[in-house]
Design a binder for this molecule. Sequence first.
Ligand code: HH2
Length: 263
Amino acid sequence: MGVVNVTPDSFSDGGRFLAASRARDHALRLVEDGADILDIGGESTRHGAEPVSGEAELDRVGPVIEAVRAGSDAFLSIDTMKPAVARAAVAAGADVWNDVSALRHEPDSPAVAAAIGAPVVLMHMQGAPRTMQGDPRYGDVVEEVGAFLHARVEAAAAAGLARARILIDPGVGFGKTLAHNLALLRALPALSARCGRPALVGASRKRFIAAIDERARDASDRIGGSLAAALFAARQGARVIRVHDVRETVQALRVQAAMEPAA
Ligand code: HH2
């Protein structure tokens, strides 16, 4: 899954693709680079980001979805917490709803997800983007995130969304320290087993990499760490890997697959 941020303030590429035509060109390049899914977002979820209205979000992503849809058969994902934005994005051609609030942002989110019927990504986040990295704490992070994701899968299913259309995501960097992120990545198979659903992992260019290598202060200096995380996530059974550097990640995954003993 390649990341297409149509925002002025995303942590790694804010402002680069705000114009619809540039976002479209970037998206089509990611498909050429090997992305199967494009994740198009109009609101940054980075730590400290200011919320955006639904209208502003749609003004950003709507034209990009339409333009990319016209130029590619790739699966398109809308990265939004707002059910109205998800609904409009699917009407404009999106196939998947990626919700970092796991259908908690608005009371009717689960019902809207069921009505849309598109696959949904349910991600764990402690707190809200503005404050989540302040002082994240858990008793047992794997147990708590597992219980949360399980409960959100059940809530979505109870609202009428087919379980087969649900992916879970431990939410790397969303209200988590380095130790929390590592524990969750190590526990990915257990999280998937507990929820009965496959996982998506988004670790690309995130700050935990700088917590391991202090020279990786800039997001653009985190490609090596991002590749290591992508390979590890794949070995842990992640079915979708959300990344900024698609070409490099696809190459790394292919080489890893070629080196594995034949199944
Ligand atoms: N991470 C980001 C945004 N959306 N969605 C899922 N399911 N999982 C993630 O880990 C995830 C996500 C943050 O990355 P990015 O889009 O590059 O930055 P920003 O939120 O600042 O736009």
